[in-house]
Design a protein around this ligand. Structure first.
Ligand SMILES: [Zn+2]
Ligand SMILES: [Zn+2]
Length: 154
């Protein structure tokens, strides 16, 4: 048996390919069917979803607010070259104002496919589909596997 002709991908190439696959691959029905959705509004922490395929996802509210999928926010992020969930660059101030972390006043399901938040800042046009959420899972495992994004100091 000759292994000639088989090209081994470098680690970077493999990782790039895996990321690309993850971004574009169709997710299974089980991966997109939430068994349990917890919106931890009182705790102020974020959202947790247990999926039918056994995966447990989590997102904090600040991430969700900065990942708003409405047309206005998507366009703003594109213009500022920000990834979903990436916070806006804050203007440098001598005395930084305290900004309370994003939190929804309420949240409700949209049909059987999405979640909508009424943010305390008054914004509520984003519809967070299960597909969008699952693809942007912020659990430790998925985050470690995802492309490195610039970290922001909170
Ligand atoms: Zn928005
Ligand atoms: Zn995950």
């Amino acid at each position: 048996m000759s292994h000639e002709g088989i090209r081994f991908l470098s680690k970077e190439e493999q990782e790039r390919q895996e990321r690309e696959n993850r971004r574009t691959a169709a997710l299974s029905k089980e991966a997109l069917t939430p068994l349990k959705v917890r919106v931890l509004k009182t705790e102020g922490t974020g959202v947790e979803i247990d999926w039918e395929d056994g995966h447990k996802s989590q997102w904090n509210f600040a991430w969700l607010r900065d990942a708003c999928p409405c047309a206005t926010c998507v366009e703003e992020r594109l213009n500022q070259n920000r990834a979903p969930g990436q916070a806006k660059a804050k203007p440098t101030q001598l005395l930084p104002l305290y900004e309370p972390p994003a939190r929804p006043a309420s949240a409700q399901p949209v049909g059987r496919y999405a979640l909508q938040f009424n943010w305390q800042d008054g914004h509520s046009s984003g519809i967070y589909s299960w597909d969008f959420l699952r693809r942007h899972c912020q659990c430790a495992e998925c985050k470690a596997a995802a492309a490195p994004t610039p970290t922001t100091i909170q």
